[in-house]
Design a protein around this ligand. Structure first.
Ligand code: F6P
Length: 331
């Protein structure tokens, strides 16, 4: 029987990589859709580490009650180094056989899908992915689960920083997450009305910042906010502050705030809950139809599937239109 025709009776679900608000809604949808289609769901705890260590237990519709509004992931998460090895994957395969799993749903980012692709190819095992990361850096979906909540968390924090920045006429540099991509910085920067947004995708970052500070230093602006993506290739946030001090002396009183992991927690927004619920159901339905080796995403409001290979190799492009908008409104 080919993998396409395999009947799905037992499905595993795990969350892996950096946790993201909305992952619980995704787990809930996977479990509920499984039960709906008479499939037995199994929760795998601690991501691929739990897959290797047999931290797997059966779930029921009731296992996922009262979690849709909770941040984090009830299944816990991990970044597994062991799963990158053949030995680790072979151990996990033994657990697949022990629990007679017919398929797997993984919720996570780039690293999660790379692991899924290799494991799926090695053992001809059906896996479908759901994009769950606050970074929004996955090709094949307009938004990842967790991004909307994270940018709203950032905007709320930056609004507060603006209050104190204005009271003291200060220039704040706020570092936000986004290891390789500037989506959190770009969206929250526009949403919070930042004067400058420094992202890895932009080459002229610091020079542009100097020009804008030069331009506006004559104007009586009571505060300035610069959002810096942690992955900005020009420098880290403290280096940037240092460069500004060297260039402008005491023309600006500068402060640095690193928002850090506060961005990863909190109640998921409705947008994230809906996205995760939709993709959770989609993943189960796709597996039932024999579709696997793909990530389920939403593009232009429609569900679309992207091969793991594409989803992991290609990077989503930063919207040039947004960059232009940010430039125009920050004069
Ligand atoms: O991948 C999401 C993310 O939050 C990145 O933005 C950040 O660089 C990284 O995870 C931090 O990971 P950790 O919590 O393992 O330090």
């Amino acid at each position: 029987m080919s993998s396409k025709e395999r009947q799905i009776k037992r499905i595993g679900v795990l969350t892996s990589g950096g946790d993201a608000p909305g992952m619980n809604a995704g787990i809930r949808a996977v479990v509920r859709a499984s039960v709906y289609y008479h499939i037995t769901p199994f929760g795998i705890r601690h991501g691929y580490d739990g897959f290797i260590n047999n931290d797997i237990c059966e779930m029921h519709a009731g296992s996922v009650k009262h979690i849709i509004h909770q941040g984090g992931t009830i299944l816990k998460s991990a970044r597994s180094n062991e799963f990158k090895t053949d030995e680790g994957m072979k151990k996990a395969w033994e657990n697949v056989k022990e629990h007679q799993l017919d398929a797997l749903v993984v919720i996570g980012g780039d690293g999660t899908f790379k692991g899924a692709m290799e494991f799926g190819n090695m053992f001809d095992f059906p896996i479908v992915g759901i994009p769950g990361t606050i970074d929004n850096d996955i090709f094949g979906t307009d938004f990842t689960v967790g991004f909307d909540t994270a940018v709203n968390t950032v905007v709320e924090a930056v609004d507060k920083i603006r209050d104190t920045a204005t009271s003291h006429n200060r220039l704040f540099f706020v570092e936000v997450m986004g290891r390789d991509a500037g989506f959190i910085a770009m969206y929250s920067g526009i949403g919070a009305g930042a004067e400058e947004i420094l992202i890895p995708e932009k080459d002229r970052g610091v020079e542009q910042l100097f020009e804008s500070l030069e331009r506006t230093s004559q104007r009586k602006k009571s505060s300035r906010l610069v959002i810096v993506a942690e992955g900005d290739k020009n420098a880290n946030v403290y280096d940037i502050e240092e460069k500004v001090r060297e260039r402008f002396g005491d023309r600006y009183e500068t402060k640095v705030t690193i928002l850090g992991h506060v961005q990863r927690g909190g109640r998921p927004s409705c947008t994230d809950r809906v996205l995760a619920s939709r993709l959770g159901v989609t993943a189960i339905e796709a597996l039932r139809k024999g579709r696997h080796g793909v990530m389920a995403g939403v593009r232009n409001r429609k569900v679309e599937f992207t091969d793991f290979e594409q989803a992991t190799k290609r990077n989503p492009e930063m919207d040039r239109e947004l960059m232009r908008v940010a430039n125009i409104i920050s004069i």
